[in-house]
Design a protein around this ligand. Structure first.
Ligand SMILES: Cc1ncc(COP(=O)(O)O)c(C=O)c1O
Length: 441
């Protein structure tokens, strides 16, 4: 009997009672290795002493202050820390409580930028199919996951979608990475011209696609081309790094590896590592100046934005990542994870692709490796893998609909940045057992 509306009414979740490092304990005393950080959240693992101490200290000092009345040292310091390492041109931070809120703020900032600068006709948002930007109505409208959008479509604002840059599924045989990157990016230019170049406000994309497609980075110079197209037509570029940002791919900001800077950038998950709900929208000096020289404010706000406890968690997590040089471990253990995944699944008859960056890796399941044909969706292979993994004390993040929102299955791995080579071996070993068990008829 429960009074909670759980995510699945017919499959109630297990009951967590404690967590430390990489391990969860449930109410039956069973142990689980957290190889997905929940949903790519717990970047430091659980119960990190520095974060706990920072939260205790902040609670003793100041738990809450409404941002309509006060700023706080901790929120200011977190913004300074984020901007110190941010991609070129990003100058200010808007602190919110999660990823969807960060995306909503970015969409509204883009719109307000154009009303402040005398281009009120710019209203269209372009995004990519097979992307996820959150579940609030604006973020859901921007997202390109058909299954999540379908029943809510009548409530969604209009948004336009182009193809993702998804090499395993969409690169033609014999097409080079450079040719494919050019073809995929050209879709953006075509869509802008179709809508009317001076009517488009923003293009939104995840540098490494997370939940919907399974750790899919772009190929070649795709994002450099995207940046150039946005600049050519005066369209703002919003990069959604809610899942792939904050070190997950081996650089603090994922777009560093693509060699570009966005106009707006969203982060969440790894920002606070799960110790508090926190997200942020980073904006460029250009957008800040438009607000400053225009109305003097961004017309938005939430009761809990800039929450001191959330900021304290974010600041403490980011300090540990820097002080302990954890990005080095993300790179080293990311390579190790890739190596182990190739050893376990490289020749597997039903694993078509192994992909990702850093500690953000995925395998894609296929019925037939030659044709890349997926399993029948009614088989719910992804759900079976999750159940078999949990039965073996392993938390991974499988998802269906990899190809088009309905067909395809993948398993996403996003272990904490403190993972060791021995942990990686244990994770891939248990995952291989779970996959093989789930594939039994
Ligand atoms: C890329 C991306 N954007 C936005 C969101 C939404 O974040 P939240 O669930 O914190 O609202 C997610 C969540 O998975 C995400 O992966």
């Amino acid at each position: 009997m429960t009074h909670l509306l759980h995510r699945s009414i017919h499959t109630p979740p297990r009951h967590a009672v404690a967590a430390k490092g990489l391990h969860f304990t449930d109410s039956a005393g069973r142990d689980y290795i957290d190889a997905s950080g929940g949903a790519a959240v717990s970047c430091l693992g659980h119960a990190h002493p520095d974060v706990i101490a920072a939260l205790h200290a902040q609670l003793d000092r100041l738990a809450y202050a409404h941002t309509g009345f006060f700023t706080t040292d901790v929120a200011e310091e977190l913004a300074d820390t984020l901007i110190a390492d941010a991609p070129e041109g990003l100058s200010h931070v808007y602190l919110v409580s999660g990823g969807s809120e960060a995306v909503e703020a970015a969409l509204k900032m883009a719109r307000q930028y154009f009303t402040e600068t005398g281009q009120p006709q710019r209203r269209h948002i372009i995004a990519r199919r097979q992307s996820y930007h959150g579940n609030t109505l604006g973020a859901l409208a921007a997202g390109g996951n058909e299954w999540r959008r379908a029943q809510f479509k009548p409530l969604l604002m209009q948004a336009h979608h182009i193809a993702p840059c998804f090499a395993y599924r969409e690169q033609w045989a014999g097409e080079s990475d450079a040719e494919y990157a050019a073809r995929a990016a050209a879709e953006l230019e075509a869509k802008i011209l179709e809508l009317g170049a001076d009517t488009v406000a923003a293009f939104v994309a995840e540098p490494v696609v997370g939940a919907t497609a399974g750790a899919v980075p772009a190929v070649g110079d795709y994002f450099k081309r995207i940046r150039a197209i946005c600049d050519k037509y005066g369209v703002l570029l919003i990069l959604d790094e809610v899942m792939c940002g904050m070190g997950r791919t081996g650089s603090l900001y994922a777009c560093e590896q693509d060699g570009i800077s966005p106009d707006l950038l969203t982060i969440a998950k790894g920002l606070g590592g799960g110790y508090q709900p926190i997200g942020a929208t980073l904006l460029s000096q250009k957008i800040y100046d438009a607000f400053a020289q225009g109305s003097g404010f961004f017309q938005h706000g939430h009761t809990y934005m800039g929450h001191p406890m959330a900021a304290a968690a974010g600041l403490a997590v980011q300090k540990v990542i820097r002080d302990d040089k954890l990005l080095d471990n993300v790179q080293a253990m990311g390579a190790e994870l890739r190596h182990q995944l190739h050893a376990a699944f490289g020749q597997h008859a039903h694993v078509g692709d192994i992909r990702g960056r850093g500690l953000f890796q995925a395998i894609e399941l296929v019925e037939d490796r030659q044709t890349k044909a997926p399993f029948d969706p009614s088989r719910k292979l992804h759900a079976r893998i999750k159940a078999e993994a949990m039965a073996r004390g392993l938390m991974v993040y499988p998802m269906g609909g990899t190809i088009d929102g309905v067909r395809g299955d993948h398993v996403l791995l996003a272990p904490p940045f403190i993972v060791t080579a021995a942990d990686v071996a244990e994770i891939t070993g248990r995952l291989a057992e779970a996959v093989n068990a789930a594939l039994q008829p």
